[in-house]
Write a protein that binds this ligand. Structure first.
Ligand SMILES: Nc1nc2c(ncn2[C@@H]2O[C@H](COP(=O)(O)OP(=O)(O)OP(=O)(O)O)[C@@H](O)[C@H]2O)c(=O)[nH]1
Ligand SMILES: [Mg+2]
Length: 362
């Protein structure tokens, strides 16, 4: 298979994440440029020396795409594309590409298109403005002309999709009301992307939904009713969380995330094979996203997944205790922590017991 060469630029703390995301797209990272947060240039985002470095990497490796893992202004993206003569994507642009790869349902496709339009509208607006001043050719993408007409057609499409998504959201909400009027508690499986949410969902509901090595395998929510210890419950598997998730992504996926917000209980999955500081960081992100989408005052069960792959018993214990300590200080409502393996089906019965405990009192 033909693999494209790409260059990434990121803060050192984001480097592993951006690499994993880019690899999900089956691209080859041939160069890395480290960004320092204090040295952001208002016109180009990157400093002159970093741009020179990028140019060198681009020329030497026949690179056509550059991923800059931050939120850039339209002006900065356009200036960089002009300067580097390569396609430049920022964080939202990268996440969008991955989402587009995995979008199955009509709702997911519409959500992604809306997000893309929202992301590109200011870019096109800026391009049109500069083309009018004679700074840039009136050209955008292969064969397309960035004119006012193009801009307005994008705006119309945006409004149309927004309307369609609203009615899909209403339908979803009606379905949810129907479910809850039957009195079945809804349990969301949430957490960082790639934590093993779908694997757990499949284990709990005897489903066979796709799981993957890459990030964001699941885009649209899956809902399924099942019996645990004689009680009927509804499980929901959703899109994964990510650090510094841009608000526009959350907004576009609101209908999806609403399934979590409306649940009676959330299982927050973590990958126990990762370093402790990353585990805590991801737990922090997960709690932030939960509160952002309005999951408040309700219980969580934090599950350290993939425990089969942690050989050292002491290490597992240490991680479990650190998570407890963190929740003790940072989660104001009812919580519990367990270790499990969704893949090897370790402690699944324990999780079921805890779930029944939690929903019995709520
Ligand atoms: N060793 C081990 N691997 C696991 C376990 N659970 C999941 N995995 C692996 O982790 C990877 C991601 O699993 P998924 O279930 O797709 O994760 P997800 O959280 O649904 O990911 P997204 O939908 O992409 O957000 C897959 O390769 C799984 O086989 C586990 O308990 N142990
Ligand atoms: Mg999944």
């Amino acid at each position: 298979m033909n693999v494209d060469n790409v260059v990434i630029a990121a803060l050192s703390e984001d480097l592993d994440e951006v690499k994993a995301l880019v690899e999900t797209l089956n691209l080859k990272v041939v160069g890395e440029v480290l960004i320092k947060s204090k040295k952001i240039d208002s016109s180009f985002y990157l400093s002159k020396s970093k741009i020179a470095l990028l140019k060198k990497l681009i020329e030497e490796n026949k690179v056509s795409k550059v991923y800059i893992y931050d939120e850039l202004k339209p002006r900065q993206i356009i200036n960089l594309m002009k300067e580097l003569k390569a396609n430049v994507y920022d964080r939202v642009g990268l996440i969008l590409e991955i989402f587009a790869l995995h979008a199955g349902s009509r709702e997911a496709k519409l959500q992604i298109e809306m997000l893309r339009l929202k992301h590109e509208l200011p870019l096109v607006k800026e391009w049109v403005r500069r083309a009018k001043m004679g700074e840039l050719p009136g050209f955008l993408g292969p064969g397309g002309y960035a004119t006012d007409a193009y801009y307005y057609s994008m705006r119309r499409r945006y409004a149309k999709i927004k309307g369609e998504l609203l009615s899909l959201r209403e339908r979803r909400s009606l379905e949810r009301v129907k479910r809850s009027s039957h009195g079945f508690p809804q349990i969301a499986i949430s957490g960082y992307t790639n934590a093993g949410k779908t694997t757990l969902f499949n284990a709990l509901t005897s489903e066979n939904k796709p799981v993957g090595m890459g990030m964001f395998t699941t885009i649209s929510p899956k809902v399924k009713g099942t019996f645990i210890n004689g009680r009927k419950v509804i499980f929901v598997d959703t899109v994964g969380f990510i650090r510094k998730v841009p608000t526009e992504v959350i907004e576009a996926f609101y209908a999806t995330l609403e399934e979590i917000a409306e649940s009676n209980l959330t299982v927050v999955l973590l990958d126990s094979t990762e370093n402790l500081d990353i585990i805590i960081d991801k737990l922090k992100t997960s709690l932030e996203v939960l509160s952002k989408i309005g999951y408040l005052g309700k219980p969580i069960i934090v599950a350290l997944n993939k425990i089969d792959a942690v050989e050292d018993v002491g290490e597992a214990e240490e991680k479990l205790n650190a998570v407890k300590k963190f929740l003790d200080v940072n989660y104001r409502w009812r919580w519990d922590v367990i270790t499990l393996s969704a893949l090897k089906q370790v402690n699944i019965d324990l999780l079921k017991e805890r779930i029944v405990d939690f929903i019995s009192v709520s």
